[in-house]
Write a protein that binds this ligand. Sequence first.
Ligand SMILES: *Cc1c(COP(=O)(O)O)cnc(C)c1O
Length: 342
Amino acid sequence: MPRPIQAIIHTDALRHNLRRLRAAAPGARLWAVVKANAYGHGIERAYEGLRGADGFALLDLAEAERARDLELCSRLALWHAVHGDEQIDWLAMHKTHAPHHVFLKLNSGMNRLGFAPERFRAAHARLSALPQVGEISLMTHFSDADGDKGIAGQWAVFQRVTDGLPGERSVCNSAATLRHAQDAAVRADWVRPGIAAYGGSPDFPTHDAAHWGLRPTMTLTSKLIASGALQTGDSVGYGSTFTAAQPMRVRVAACGYAAGSPLHAPTGTPEPVDGARPRLLGRVSMDRLTVDLDPVPQAGPGSAVTLWGQGLPIDEVAHAAGTIGYELMCALAPRVPVVVEA
Ligand SMILES: *Cc1c(COP(=O)(O)O)cnc(C)c1O
């Protein structure tokens, strides 16, 4: 018998979220960010739901470490980000099939990738002089679009440094698209939402996905496989982190951290069973987790348990486990069977 665990990809919800993001950035073109294997969904599986985007944004090729990848960019007409001098060196050495369309990345304060403000224009001049380079667009990435610090500081740097340079511009990730793209200059020519396309709120717990009109695009489900009763003083799971204060009914579900359920979810994390929300009890183990069934008297072996997705926002589970929805989605284990809902 196959193990009763399954992830469902909701194609309609992907389409819905893209429409929602387009509405947040009217007039801008939209890249669906599909790095980390489409945030754990699988690029092939998410493709149908995301094909309405104007393009797909990946990070791996942009971070190409070998000139061979540049060859591939030109052959496949991929656009790529240039964030360091060594990439310009590679471009200069490289024979192109067709001129590259590059995105020159400014480090406006994230301090991860990109040219420092004082070096950006020199990089632009170098790129402009290369016959291998056709169009040059300008980009940066915000570190705090989801929080109180906001984008004002980085946005001012981007505007100052790129002032007067030709080319299209792109600055918005999900949080900036939803929170700051009312400003037409900020939404610019392209927005690059990732997490919001997959139905995660970029600024949970300030706003949840429902607030932003986003729908979950992946549901991880399992079934209850065994039941038991705890007496007062009985504990549950490795490390005995939960001890029953009174007699209670418990059930074990066939899902654990090896599937992607967060190991660090504490007792109390909700796990919907038959629509109700009992608590997780004790530690999650490799293939098992235990829930308190007293709130759901009708539940028993075979009842469906939702680990996250429709019925239980992934952001809530992640928050309870001290992480973010991005991490849970991306860590969906390869051995979990996935079905794509048309
Ligand atoms: C990951 C990433 C995005 C998308 O970020 P979300 O917060 O998931 O919307 C956009 N742009 C760049 C450069 C990224 O690395």
